[in-house]
Design a protein around this ligand. Sequence first.
Ligand SMILES: Nc1nc2c(ncn2[C@@H]2O[C@H](COP(=O)(O)OP(=O)(O)OP(=O)(O)O)[C@@H](O)[C@H]2O)c(=O)[nH]1
Ligand SMILES: [Zn+2]
Length: 343
Amino acid sequence: MSKRKLTRQQRWRIEKVQAERAQRAAKRDAQDADKLEAGEYGPERHGRVIAHFGRSLDVRPSEGGPLHRCHLRSNLEPLVTGDRVIWRAANDGSGVVVARGERDSVLERPDARGQLKPVAANIDQILIVFAVEPAPHANLIDRYLVAAEATGIAPVLVLNKTDLLPEGGGELMTLLGQYQALGYPVVTTTTAEEHGLDALRARLAGRTSVFVGQSGVGKSSLIDRLLPDETLRIGALSEDSRKGTHTTTTARLYAFDNDDSEAGELIDSPGIREFGLTHLDAQQVTEGFVEFRDLLGHCRFRDCRHQQEPGCALLEAVERGEIRAARFASYRRILDSLEDEGR
Ligand SMILES: Nc1nc2c(ncn2[C@@H]2O[C@H](COP(=O)(O)OP(=O)(O)OP(=O)(O)O)[C@@H](O)[C@H]2O)c(=O)[nH]1
Ligand SMILES: [Zn+2]
């Protein structure tokens, strides 16, 4: 993209807006200092960001109780949903966030300019949902797995609509077995049966999860079942995504309340659901195939591209049947698609 030339007038206006914004932040900090001195803010507490709207955040106290709409100290970098924070409550139900905790993990997405931006933090697992109908195309699951591996967040494969499986399970169940053999946890679900989500609920317990997957696989249906009280809000989310405002709709954290504190949590937004179709580089793709990892660095040529080089450790493993040919083909396909995108 060519650099946009700003007129002097535009530049002046931008500088003015920025100066005003800095002034407002400084004023608020000064007011905070006054409030702190006057004892209007309570002691420091732990909490978690449930949603955010610019520099305004909904914080849930760690010990429970109502949410507090907090603002963020101007010296702190922006926070995202799922962040753990130190905050102080004011008497009027508001509060101020004074520090951010370490992040165990961050989920990022490219913004409108293609720059990676954090959208959620402290996620324990990415549930990759696919279905009997629409069936996943050949390398779709691998694409999602590679994208998940690149985040460092553990992926889980969820096969939904098992009520539509053919007798004996068919090819999809065979495929699932192959992923299980690679070490990936696999869960099957159906919304057509009363106990169709039991295995999923067990998997969600005590963890913070996100659901991703292509359109029509049943993400909304599963989430509606898991969060019956939140149905309206979820509906509102998908309406936003239809209007195409998904990139600006921020993520929200939901607790699965089964009268069970260990029921687990979900972070959801239309943007997060689309995860996996984001950009990756060739190295991330190579490292995203877990069964390649021990072999990397063992090719005869240090700059081996694993195409037809003699002494290629990956090709030899395919020959020996240690790497499934279909996975290797998928690897090639994903790399080719990166080249098509000019990376
Ligand atoms: N037979 C069967 N149909 C299901 C099941 N789960 C969901 N569906 C149906 O699949 C269709 C798509 O489900 P959604 O929940 O909208 O899928 P989604 O993944 O949220 O799709 P997007 O909103 O487009 O991302 C709906 O008609 C659901 O009723 C299931 O377990 N079995
Ligand atoms: Zn090689």
